[in-house]
Design a binder for this molecule. Structure first.
Ligand SMILES: Cc1cc2nc3c(=O)[nH]c(=O)nc-3n(C[C@H](O)[C@H](O)[C@H](O)COP(=O)(O)OP(=O)(O)OC[C@H]3O[C@@H](n4cnc5c(N)ncnc54)[C@H](O)[C@@H]3O)c2cc1C
Ligand code: FES
Ligand code: FES
Length: 1340
């Protein structure tokens, strides 16, 4: 096989086999390892593996092929995890290493992504580079829209995308990046331009410059590597032959021409045809499908063509969806509009179908034949009367792509020996209307919740229906045709009565059973008729231009309004300017690039999964419980142990020390005691150690476990309350006399708020390398974590050895967000036990699905409130109760509840205030720390009752917030004194600078004119806390060595998770030692240099480690003082050399005792936090009431940063947290079965924001204040932005309230989070939701 990897030598399959240590490479093996064999990545570490299902883009590479017909080279992005290596014969593959490298030359794409601060943890960065790079190979001067389109398939959990998009836009012909350019001033800074900018900037001390475009290398597209000439020769070779790759169980055959393909199809009728592999690949991987033979005609010329005639267009089955998109664009530009309605409908869906990579891989033929029930194109093709051209050895035939084909009716199907040659799509006609409609959880790269293709033909010159077709996706196991409904409407006029009957008929025809897969039954039924209504209106608009039709009445008081706005991202950041008197060498306060940024973008940053194989290493696969609460009767491992490559199965019996440590269980035990029954689905029962991950995984499936269910099975908070099931005692704070105050208020309201959980979805899953040493029971562990001491503690407990035998190393984490505090410790114990038992190194990398299942996430919350207030909006009394779902073990739940209660008042002073909270114990995997630590959930309750009070008092929520906000130096409800001045400043500036009032009026005007679209605005203030109420958690240590060449090595107790901690520490050391940053190196965090390191959490990583580094540097500086005094003109290197000769120690530890916080829970008072961070944000959304989709139009954030050590890092944290928060409050939804089984286990069913979700206009300002307690008067900003995402939630509520008011519903409605499309649609009640509730059909 010939496959060319740029910058790697031409590689052949035998080379791969060697890499696989003799186990044989199956022909189905994907380019990015499917089986956790780093060697299969040719020792190239850049291409990352995060989901394995094509849904995240971390593994993006560029494939280039030569087309001998057009003589052109086609470059396209693919997700390597779904690309079978055998399919790449004749292709050139460029990985991020081939784009550029530190060792040779970095590419402008890599440089700009790094310098624009578009990388934090760096795990997504190589994929981002590859997406932009591939775009540039095809379009050297792309448009901003092309940039966002190219990035749609790449997930980033850290940055919030703004800087990534911005780096891409630097390649646009006209840079739309709003940054200071070179020596010129940013347009935003110039007074005379203020009328053109969204708001006026008048802070003389503010800068907008986070990077300097003048430093960028120019981009010269002619300098890119050429396509390997030998692959051109190969493609043009007239004597090509059939290619066959034989593996142990499977054979891969690439036919040489169409006849050969037909021959093969006759010989192997059951063999799948592999084109994009985007349907077959996931089935093999996730649904255990097996095929002994694969036929891959990818690149077969006969399948690639476009044939346009007067009546329609025929498109070759081999065309990728991206090529189909291009072809259709060409056709619509050539043909009159009336002929192109089907093509327009297809183009609309092609824009949002998956991401760019999948669109470039998936083919038209594969899409049509695989017929997924969620198919976006098939319903439109069917509505447009497309036909499929088939070919076999028997000859050619045509079948209609109609309802019977889509419903997989056997007589309308392909014969097994047939191949799809092409698809014919007829032109539409004047009296023919075709539309595609869809709604998904996320705008792009998400399967539709419901989609539809609809068409209607009228008798010429009339509005009488001649032909009607309606096809719906995602409402059943296949795409469904509403053929009976359509039949009954033939001959009817296109009017309201017809629509009314059509809705009734279609609801009757399409039945979604109550227990249907995917749930959301009522919502999906509502969508069936809402989409029909949209189609009705669209056709009506078209018809109105052609004939007189009956006027709109009952059904359509308003037109549906415009399409949702597109995604034109503009952004603006403002930060402090550094004091002009600060020495130029001092980097503190400057937007210094992340220390590893270039390594991230070149793929040279090494993550644990990238570490080369270790001799004798074994891979671990987990067997997890399938029951929520059960006794294990039997664990039968015999079948697993008999499989090749399997070395051992590890169970609870193999744990030499504690199997249950601090309430956390490592391996489930097969006996029933208080702690050792299986207590959740996803609990680790045993692990399998084998020579490859594929073997371990295969064997794990063979372990047989017999359970006996136990009662009770507690899944929800409500069930826990019923059973009085809690993880810890109640936490309470109280001020004033709440009961008394309720007696004297004008009004009292009570309510409940549900806030659902959240998955961390860090891009790098939990990964551990445990290496047992020969001597003294030592164990070396490399892993990703936020807390090295916790990891060491758990491993020591499980192995029953002292902690000084366990060396823990962590260099970087591909995102963490709280999910890598306690869970790595548990998984570390699990792997260390396996390493101890087998005596061999263990590589334990959780697959995405296992990671989501086992490690859980943010605690769901049930909040209850009772609020007493005056008619003028002044709140006099609040009684709040919090219950969180802690899951099956303690983890951090008690601490999360403490934080939640302490922060419950947020920015508001309520004189009589009580908050109580308890974590519930349930049979779900144990929830854990997550950015914001309870604040993002808890505070929604506060904002909800403020909104409810506003509604009762006929005030806006913002007015009630203003009325009740802290105004002067005060004491919190837990009696800690603080000055809210920065809070008020952020709030005031946020409202003023975002023109809140004017935009609110504009939104009201918009709402008056639009019945089905509503706009909403909301602003939220924030008082957030930094640090821990327990003083010893606030300590930190550092170790600084100066070497004789003057170079400095800094170690400290914090972990680098992408948040730029090491970068800030280098800035601190540079200022303190008065040396350039380039002299300072920071390698990793480990337990051998800094012991007992507390976890990097509470937004105080830079605060406390900064103080420890500062302390160490100041000690060293003091030691050097005499030497410097003696030779003041000397250089750093000279002073170091002289100090050495004077026997001055050049190494020292630094220490920070920690902020002296305290909290007395008996009294409910204390100085719980060292300081507060304040902020405010304002968001504006537009909601589509008919589908529940929303679009975020604009967000303004004002964050009190005091003095930022690194504005680029801090703005990155704020934006990243905001977007993560926005996802939490809107589209991220975890789904469980009533039995406690997690359904959402990957990017297919759990949607984090993509680049299309971020605000169209995104403005971030750092507000200056004083914070003398912290290093350089800075503030910790790692988490605070998370809650500000709730401004989107409340803006959505504002829009929904407007819709409900117009429909005569003025009563306050229950608020819950996330505001998913389902929730939005079902809250905007109307005639369609009413109809669904009325028409409840029993199954036939
Ligand atoms: C991450 C991801 C996101 C996605 N998002 C969406 C989405 O939003 N909307 C949507 O509609 N779809 C979506 N899809 C599905 C995607 O559109 C289909 O998987 C794709 O179109 C299948 O094409 P393929 O070339 O990859 O098929 P393959 O996987 O190569 O083949 C699929 C099937 O088609 C058969 N086949 C292929 N070509 C022929 C032929 N010429 N003749 C006869 N049989 C043939 C094969 O035998 C096989 O059974 C997504 C897929 C992924 C992986
Ligand atoms: S790892 Fe390939 S797309 Fe996620
Ligand atoms: S930088 Fe994108 S996932 Fe971390």
């Amino acid at each position: 096989m010939r496959l060319c990897l740029k910058k790697a030598s031409l590689t052949c399959l035998s080379g791969l086999r060697r890499g696989n240590r003799g186990s044989g490479v199956p022909p189905t093996l994907n380019l990015c390892r499917e089986s956790q064999l780093p060697t299969l990545r040719f020792h190239l570490t850049g291409t990352k593996y995060s989901c394995g299902s094509g849904g995240c883009g971390a593994c993006t590479v560029m494939v280039s092929r030569y087309d001998p017909k057009t003589k052109k080279i086609h470059h396209y992005p693919v997700t390597a995890c779904l690309v079978p290596i055998c399919s790449l014969h004749g292709a050139a593959v460029t990985t991020v290493e081939g784009v550029g490298s530190i060792k040779t030359r970095i590419h402008p794409v890599q440089e700009r992504l790094a310098k624009c601060h578009g990388t934090q943890c760096g795990f997504c960065s190589p994929g981002m580079v590859m997406s932009i790079y591939t775009l540039l190979r095809n379009h050297p001067e792309p448009t901003p829209e092309q940039i966002t389109e190219a990035l749609g398939g790449n997930l980033c959990r850290c940055t919030g995308y703004r800087p990534i998009v911005e780096s891409g836009k630097t390649f646009c012909a006209e840079s739309t990046v709003c940054q200071m350019k070179g020596s010129g001033k940013c347009c935003m800074d110039q007074e005379e331009n203020i009328s053109e900018v969204p708001f006026v900037f008048c802070f003389v001390e503010m800068c907008t410059k986070l990077y300097n475009e003048d430093e960028f290398q120019p981009f010269d597209p002619t300098q890119e590597p050429i396509f390997p000439p030998e692959l051109i020769r190969m493609a043009e070779d007239p004597n090509k032959r059939r290619l066959t790759f034989r593996g142990k169980r499977t054979t891969w055959i690439t036919p040489v021409n169409l006849n050969d393909l037909l021959e093969l199809k006759t010989s192997f009728p059951e063999a799948p045809i592999i084109m994009g592999n985007t349907a077959v690949g996931p089935s093999i991987k996730f649904r255990d499908e097996f095929h002994p033979v694969f036929i891959s005609p990818l690149g077969l010329q006969e399948l690639y063509f476009v044939d346009s005639t007067d009546d329609g267009v025929t498109i070759g089955a081999g065309y990728s969806l991206a090529q189909l998109n291009d072809a259709l664009h060409f056709i619509v530009s050539e043909q009159p509009k009336e002929k192109t309605k089907t093509y327009h409908a297809l183009l609309k869906h092609l824009r949002t179908l998956a991401g760019a990579q999948i669109r470039n891989m998936a083919t038209l033929g594969g899409h049509v034949v695989s017929r997924p029930n969620y198919s976006d194109l098939n319903p439109i093709l069917a509505a447009g009367n497309a036909t499929i051209n088939l070919i076999s050895k028997e000859g050619k035939r045509q079948i209609p792509l109609d309802g019977r084909f889509l419903e997989k009716s056997p007589e309308a199907n392909l014969k097994s020996e047939e191949t799809v040659l092409s698809v014919y799509i007829p032109h539409s006609t004047q009296w023919h209307f075709v539309s595609g409609l869809r709604i998904a959880q996320r705008q792009e790269n998400a399967f539709a919740i419901v989609n539809a293709g609809m068409s209607v033909k009228f008798e010429d010159g009339t509005d009488t229906i001649k032909e009607l077709q309606m096809f719906y996706g995602s409402v059943g196991p296949t795409v469904v045709s509403a053929s009976k409904t359509c039949q009954q409407l033939i001959g009817r006029k296109w009017n309201d009565q017809m629509l009314s009957d059509a809705c009734r008929l279609v609801l009757d025809e399409i039945y979604i059973p109550p227990d249907a897969e995917g749930g959301m039954v009522e919502y999906r039924r509502t969508l069936i008729i809402s989409l029909l209504f949209k189609f009705y209106l669209k056709v009506r608009r078209g018809l109105n231009k052609m004939v007189r039709t009956t006027s709109l009445g009952l059904w359509a008081p308003w037109p549906p309004g415009h399409e949702m706005p597109g995604n034109k991202i503009t952004c603006f950041v403002r930060e402090q300017c550094v004091d002009p008197h600060q020495p130029p060498q001092d980097p503190v306060g400057h937007p210094v690039m992340h220390q590893s940024a270039i390594k991230h973008t070149t793929g040279e940053a090494v993550f644990v999964d990238d570490m080369p194989p270790i001799s004798q290493e074994l891979f671990l696969a987990v067997v997890t419980s399938t029951r929520a609460h059960a006794k294990i009767i039997l664990i039968d491992t015999s079948a697993a142990l008999a499989l090749p490559g399997v070395v051992d199965v590890i169970t609870a019996e193999d744990v030499p020390g504690d199997n249950s440590y601090q309430g956390e269980i490592f391996y489930a035990q097969n006996e029933v005691c208080d702690l050792c029954a299986v207590i959740c689905v996803g609990q680790i029962v045993c692990t399998v150690a084998a020579d490859t991950y594929a073997h371990a995984k295969e064997a794990a499936k063979k372990v047989r476990i017999v359970y006996e269910d136990l009662e009770p099975r507690i899944i929800t908070i409500e069930q826990a309350l019923e059973h009085n099931s809690f993880l810890s005692a109640e936490k309470k704070i109280e001020q004033g006399d709440v009961e008394q105050a309720f007696k004297y208020v004008d009004q009292i309201i009570e309510g409940k708020v549900h806030v659902e959980g959240q998955e961390h979805f860090y891009m790098e899953t939990q990964t551990i390398l445990a290496i047992p040493q020969e001597e003294d029971k030592e164990m070396v562990c490399t892993y990703v974590t936020l807390g090295t001491y916790l990891f060491q503690e758990y491993v020591a407990a499980a192995l029953n050895i002292p902690r000084n035998r366990i060396a823990c190393h962590t260099k970087r984490a591909g995102g963490a967000f709280g999910g890598k505090v306690s869970k790595p410790a548990l998984l570390g114990a699990v792997s260390a036990v396996a390493a101890k038992k087998t005596g061999r190194p263990i590589r334990f990398i959780l697959e995405r699905g296992d990671d989501m299942l086992i490690t859980a996430g943010r605690h769901p919350l049930l909040g209850k409130y009772k609020i007493g207030f005056m008619n003028n909006g002044v709140i006099k009394a609040a009684d709040i109760e919090y219950y969180i779902n802690g899951g099956c073990s303690p983890d951090e739940s008690e601490l999360v509840m403490e934080f939640m209660v302490l922060r419950s008042e947020n920015a508001y002073y309520i004189p009589n205030f009580r908050c109580r909270g308890r974590p519930c114990k349930t049979n779900l995997p144990s929830n854990t720390a997550f950015r914001g630590f309870g604040f993002p959930q808890g505070i929604v309750v506060g904002e909800a009752y403020i909104t409810a009070v506003a509604s009762q008092c006929d005030l806006t929520p913002e007015q009630v917030k203003e009325i009740n906000m802290y105004k002067r130096t005060s004491r919190t409800a837990h009696k800690q004194t603080f000055n809210p001045e920065p809070l008020r400043r952020c709030w005031k500036e946020c409202l003023e600078k975002s023109s809140f009032s004017a935009r609110k009026l504009a939104a009201e005007e918009f709402n008056k004119k639009n019945y089905w679209k509503k706009r909403g605005l909301a602003a939220v203030p924030m008082k957030f806390t930094v640090g821990m109420p327990t003083a010893f958690y606030n300590q930190a240590a550092a170790l600084v060595h100066i070497y004789l060449d003057g170079s400095v090595l800094v170690s400290h107790s914090g972990c680098e998770l992408g948040q730029g901690l090491h970068t800030k520490m280098i800035q601190v050391a540079s200022r303190e030692l008065n040396i350039p940053e380039s002299y300072i190196h920071l390698s990793e965090t480990n337990t051998t240099t800094v012991s007992n390191a507390t976890f990097t959490a509470g937004s105080m990583g830079a605060d406390i480690n900064g103080k420890a580094v500062q302390n160490a540097c100041q000690i060293l500086k003091a030691r050097l003082e005499p030497v410097i005094r003696k030779n003041p003109r000397g250089t750093w290197e000279v002073w170091i050399s002289e100090a050495y000769k004077e026997s001055i120690s050049l190494s020292t530890t630094g220490y920070f005792k920690g902020y002296q916080t305290n909290m007395d829970w008996k009294k409910g008072e204390g100085n719980a936090f060292p300081y507060f961070v304040y902020g405010a944000s304002c968001s504006e959304v537009e909601v589509d009431c008919l589908t529940g989709a929303h679009k975020l139009l604009r967000t303004d954030i004002f964050m009190d940063a005091a003095f930022s050590i690194n504005p680029a890092v801090d703005i990155g944290q704020i934006e990243g947290a905001f977007v993560q928060g926005m996802g939490f409050y809107t589209i991220e939804e975890l789904k469980y079965s009533p039995e406690g089984v997690l359904y959402s286990r990957g990017p297919d069913d759990y949607k984090i924001p993509t680049v299309t979700e971020i605000p169209e206009e995104f403005n971030v300002t750092l507000v200056h204040s004083q914070n003398p307690i912290a290093i350089y008067s800075s503030k910790g900003l790692g988490e605070a932005g998370m809650f500000l995402g709730s401004s989107v939630l409340f803006a959505i509520y504002d829009a929904m309230a407007a819709a409900r008011r117009e429909r005569g519903l003025t009563k306050t409605f229950t608020l819950s989070s996330p505001a998913t499309p389902e929730l939005i649609r079902m809250t905007c009640v109307d005639q369609f939701t009413d109809m669904v509730r009325l028409v409840r059909r029993a199954p036939c």
